[in-house]
Each structure stands twice: as C-alpha cells, then as structure tokens.
Design a binder for this molecule. Structure first.
Ligand code: NDP
Length: 502
C-alpha cells in the first residue's frame, strides 16, 4: 500500500469527518440516530461473518498456474490441455474437513485439495483430497458420516463413540480409515502432501471418444508427515502452522509445485475390471493403470484479501469444461448437486460473479437478478430463450458423448463382488514399512480407546478382515480378546452388529 495520505470515506463514497467520536447531544451525552456513519459501521460489522463451510471450514489458498507437459489431445478436447507448454491460471484451496474455522491445521483429518482452472472455456474445478479414496460410496450416507466427525449434540465435544460406531457399521470405510490413521493423516504441511481426484471422471476427445480418468497431484516437495505426538505438539504450538507455512513459502519465493498425473481406463476395460471403477472407496492399482504425467502445477502468488479470495472461493466438482465430464460414481453424483447448492446458501445465488469465482469469459445465459446481482450479464440481450434478437444460443458442438445407462429404478444395496477389505490389507501389508505399521496401530489405539469396548471389538474385526495381523495388533493394543476379534471377523456384518449390540 502506498504511503500517500488517503481520505476516509463511507461505503457510499462520502467523506468521513471524524471516526473516533460519535455524534452526541451534549457532552458526554447520548448518541443521536443521525450519526449514519456510526450506524453503518456497526451494521456492517454485525454482518461480517457468513456461514462457515459445513465441511472444510478451515483452509488456506494460493494462486498459481498449471502447465501442460504431455500431449493428451487424443484423450480430451479440453482447450487448456490442448498443447504442451500451455499455461492456465489456477487458484488452489487446501483445508481440513471436520473442524471449525478456528480449528488446528494439525488435526488428524483428510485434507481438501481443490483446484480451480480459469480456462478459456470456463472454470474447471478439481475438488479432491489428499487421499485417493473416501469413507463411503453413497451420498445418502454423507451427512451422517460428517455428523460423526463433528461435535456431539449434547456435550458439544468430539465423540469417539459416534466416530467408531458409524465407521464400524460402514465397512467400506476401512480403506480410508487405514490411510487416515497412518501418518498421512497428519501431513507436515499442505506443501508436503499429494492431491487426488479420488473420483473417476470422463475425458472425451474431439471425435466424441471417451475414457475414464483419475487425477494424481504428486508433491514435488516430497511427502512429509507428522507423528501423532508431533501433531499434538503442533496443535498447541501453532494451530495455524500449515496456513502459515504456505503463505511464508510463497512470500519468500519458494513456490510449491505438484506433478500432475492421470490414470486412464477405456470403457471396455471398465466393463470387466475386477474392481468397480466408479467405487470411490477403491484405487486403481498402478500396476493395472500406470500413472501418466501430463502437467505441473506451481503456486506462486498469495491472496491479498483472505476473505475475498479464500473464504469466498467456491469450488464444485460440477464445474466442467468441454472434454471433461462426470462418471457414474455415486458419491460424485451427490457432490455434483451439493457444492453449488451449499455455495448458494453460504455466498448467495450470485456467488459465481465474485471475482475469485468469475470465469475469464463473461457468462452468457438467461439467468437473471437475485441478491447481489452485479455486472452486465448479457447486457442488452433478451431475458428469454428462444428469441429472435440475437441472444446467446446453445452450441450443440459442446455436447459430451452419449453414455449408455439403464436398469431398474429402486434403492439398491451395493452388491459388486469386490471386497471392501482387500485394498486396505495391501496398504497395510505391502505398501507400509514396519515403522508405518507401528504408527498406524498406535494412532488407532490412541483414538479408539475413547470408545465403548463393544465398538472397539466391531472395528478391530474390520481391521482383522483387511489383514489378520492388523486386526490382532489393534486388538492387543486395546487389551481386547484377540480370539473374539477373529470370531467376529468371520461373521457377516449383520451377525457382527448383532453380536456387538448394546
Ligand atoms: P503402489 O505400490 O504402486 O503405490 C503405493 C501408493 O501408496 C503410492 O502412490 C504411495 O504414494 C502411496 N502410499 C504410501 N504410503 C501410504 C499411506 N500411508 N497412505 C496412503 N497412501 C500411501 O501400489 P498400488 O497402486 O498397487 O496400490 C496399493 C495400495 O496403495 C492401495 O491399496 C492403496 O491403499 C495405496 N495407494 C494407491 C494409490 C493408487 O492410486 N494406486 C494411490 C495412493 C495410495 P507416493 O508414491 O506418493 O508415496
């Protein structure tokens, strides 16, 4: 900010004569209603807070760019991916999930990893996490799952019973729970973690041929995590450590970067793949679908106004550009609705007009008015379609390819034969080192010991199903009878729930 003296004005641009003394009748005297400057100042202050995000409330963000490093034009017609060397501006927001806006950055939690690409064809948002999978696959379960990560409605405290009751009743969560309670659940900073789309998306080319893709953003700073003890110490020492780290790194010119990679599956491969390609609780093993590097993302500019740029940033997995579309992933289908909807609640119906959310090209359509409408959206054009006054018209060339769907409309139990436990077992047995396994077990024991013993048994049995040693070690750490855990693991989920009822 320049040091030249500046004149204070009201929000309506009128000069302010005095900002320290209210207008009173007499001295000291009561205040008069005619002190409009005071009234406006208080009224605006009263409205400073907007609803915080119901999830991902605490976050940090930065601007940067994405650069294409490989030719992917045969897979997608997205213009921002059309040629090697092409750069697109991005805005990225990292976050924790369960805590409030003032919560500590070092909490054990997945981290949000949301990228907005400001492309010439509109904004494309990749709204991912630092984990390649999620706890549940049906959005019907999402509000309940989140309630269990929040505060008990009676005590207003985090509640291990709620947490482990829900998860042990939701066996598909065991893969993500294993990642969350590994040291990757407490990344050292936002710069030292990967980002994943988790969901599968569609890429289609100019000829309308499509494939399924998953995105991986691999940190070029290297993965660094905190142990549970280090994270606990950090929460006490600096609850904002990751926010601070990101801002300071960019301020000193140490720009964080990620290699962007994709996995690509053809529709034919999807039909016969042993895992459901649209099940967000599963990864596609790299040996089946190798990572293909397609670009690099660099963050090189801090926000100037946290509220305007980070708090008001509105990402949605439903923001696509031609060349990229949704998949039948059920959790994604729920998110396609929920993100736009929550922004309307949080920021108002015209949130897309805010500078941080506004696309580079002016939106042209027949949506009109509503609270905080601003700018010449389709100025001078008619407000209805079809019209014969040269109003904006749809472009059939923007259509995504037609995809076959069919079947019986009903609430249907998920019955794909892929196991909910296998990939968690591989992670434990094959990917983790001895030290990582030991941390995983002690992190779980530390959290689960706050829950009722019957819930500990039910959850330990799920770990046992992923890998008997895994379940046994958690059971031993909790002082449970390991034979009973093995017996519970051999039951169906229904029998297990009955055997561990209150
Ligand atoms: P690979 O051996 O090819 O890769 C293992 C992957 O696991 C790497 O991407 C590695 O990330 C990541 N990883 C290492 N430690 C952890 C951890 N504590 N939590 C989460 N991820 C971790 O394995 P596969 O592709 O055959 O998959 C085996 C298992 O690895 C999966 O069941 C899944 O649990 C996990 N995984 C797989 C991913 C995938 O997309 N295939 C992605 C991430 C995890 P990095 O290389 O960045 O260190």
């Amino acid at each position: 900010m320049s040091n030249e003296p500046k004149k204070m004005t009201t929000s309506f641009g009128e000069p302010v004569d005095d900002d320290q003394n209210s207008i009173t009748a007499g001295n000291p005297g009561p205040i008069l209603l005619q002190d409009i400057h005071l009234l406006e100042k208080l009224a605006h202050f009263d409205r400073e807070r907007i609803p915080e995000r119901v999830v991902h409330a605490k976050g940090a963000g930065a601007h940067g760019y994405f650069e294409v490093t490989a030719d992917v034009a045969r897979y997608t017609r997205a213009k921002f991916l059309s040629e090697v060397g092409k750069r697109t501006e991005v805005f990225v927001r990292f976050s924790t999930v369960g805590g409030e806006r003032g919560s500590a950055d070092a909490e054990r939690d997945p981290r949000g990893f949301a990228v907005k690409f400001y492309t010439e064809e509109g904004n494309y948002d990749m709204v991912g996490n630092n984990t390649p999978v999620f706890f549940i696959r049906d959005p019907q379960k999402f509000p309940d799952f989140i309630h269990t990560q929040k505060r008990n409605p009676v005590t207003n405290l985090k509640d291990p019973d709620m947490f482990w009751d829900f998860l042990s009743l939701t066996p598909e969560s065991v893969h993500q729970v294993t990642i969350l309670f590994s040291d990757r659940g407490t990344p050292a900073t936002y710069r030292n973690m990967n980002g994943y789309s988790s969901h599968t998306f569609m890429w289609y080319n100019a000829a309308g041929e499509y494939n399924w893709v998953k995105y991986h953003f691999k940190t070029e700073q290297g993965i660094r995590n905190m142990t549970a003890e280090e994270a606990d110490m950090m929460k006490a020492k600096d609850p904002d450590h990751a926010t601070r780290d990101l801002f300071k790194a960019i301020e000193r010119g140490d720009y964080p970067s990620w290699r962007v990679e994709v996995q690509i599956m053809t529709p034919e491969q999807a039909k016969t793949y042993r895992y459901d390609p649209f099940d967000v609780t599963k990864v596609w093993p790299h040996s089946d679908f190798p990572l293909i590097a397609i670009g690099r993302m660099v963050l090189n500019r801090n926000p100037e106004n946290y509220f305007a740029e980070v708090e008001q940033a509105a990402f949605s997995p439903g923001d696509f550009v031609p060349g990229i579309g949704p998949s039948p992933d059920k959790l994604l289908q729920g998110r396609l609705f929920s993100y736009h909807d929550t922004h309307r609640h949080r920021l108002g119906p015209n949130y897309a007009l805010l500078p941080i959310n506004a696309p580079k090209a002016m939106p042209l359509n027949y949506e009109r008015d509503a609270a905080m409408s601003s700018g010449p959206t389709a100025a001078g054009a008619p407000n209805y379609y079809p019209n014969s006054f040269h109003g904006p018209a749809p472009d059939p060339a923007a259509a995504p390819p037609a995809v076959p769907v069919g079947g019986v409309a009903a609430r249907q139990t998920y019955n794909h034969p892929n196991s909910d436990f296998e990939q968690a077992g591989v992670l434990y047995r094959v990917v983790m080192t001895d030290a990582e396994r030991a941390h995983l077990v002690s992190n779980l024991v530390g959290h689960m010991q706050g829950a009722q013993q019957r819930l500990q048994y039910r959850q330990a049995a799920l770990f046992f199903k992923a890998d008997p040693e895994y379940g046994q070690r958690v059971a031993e750490g909790l002082g449970l009878d390991t034979a009973r855990v093995a017996a519970l693991a051999a039951m169906t989920q229904e029998e297990r729930v009955k055997a561990t009822a209150e």
